[in-house]
Design a protein. Sequence first.
Length: 291
Amino acid sequence: ATPMSIMVGVGRGAQAGILIKSAEALERMEKVTVLVVDKTGTLTQGKPKVTGIRATGLPEDELLRLAASLEQASEHPLAAAVVAEAQARGLKLAPVADFDSPAGKGVSGTVEGRRLLIGNADYLRDSGVPTDAQVKEAEALRAEGATVVLVAVDGTAAGLIAIADPVKATTPDALKALKAEGVRVVMLTGDTRTTAEAVARRLGITEVEAGVLPDRKADVVQRLRAEGEVVAMAGDGVNDAPALAAADVGIAMGTGTDVAMESAGITLLKGDLAGLAQARSLSRATMRNIR
Ligand code: ADP
Ligand code: MG
């Protein structure tokens, strides 16, 4: 496109809350055949709430207090939900030492001399914690669309916390508009398959890549590109940044992390996907100008 038509497109985008950083992103948007979209914080509000707690061998509030004490040190939306629930129950949190947060797995640390692990079942298992007693109950909660994190205290599974993240109000219509234009939609998430599929089903998404570790998200984008697709990737998190950079068009949420915005050619300032269809018509108009 000519510099002039690009400038016009960028200007119109800005008015609609669509921040276009790269001319290529604007040019390619109309040619996109697949939208790969992160679940947490992109399709969903990313402000999850605790919807259930199961404790084994200690009172529920005590499990929550320990878990929240550890999660204070994490910036993950799931962590915020656990801390918020503890605060709502008036629990007093303790300081945490030796904090670690392996990406896409969970968190660990020491609280009041006790060694805590919170995260998905693989993470606990890899750390030598048997989780068999928790797995069935966790699966039932996941089938309802909740994300379930397991809590281990001193090497023993001590319970689980179910956290549900409501879908953004604008998500269903945004996806409908893209699908009407024949765009294939693939959900990409580090969350488990059961939770991811419950959310996908509600949104009419049939393709789900679940349990994807942060450093593999870009691989999914690359694979689709190798299959000849023109790939747009929409995400909000630090863990989405490599995939955003690997896509033909990276789309960040304005409500997400700075790293995501820096890696993307387009930022949807309102923080939802409503601007996507608009970005495509903008792209079409821009390209038509030069033909
Ligand atoms: P998404 O791709 O959906 O944004 P992430 O890759 O950030 O999800 O996280 C994947 C999984 O890792 C979560 O579903 C959760 O099981 C676990 N996890 C990550 N961070 C935390 C945390 N702070 N507390 C508990 N679990 C966590
Ligand atoms: Mg996310």
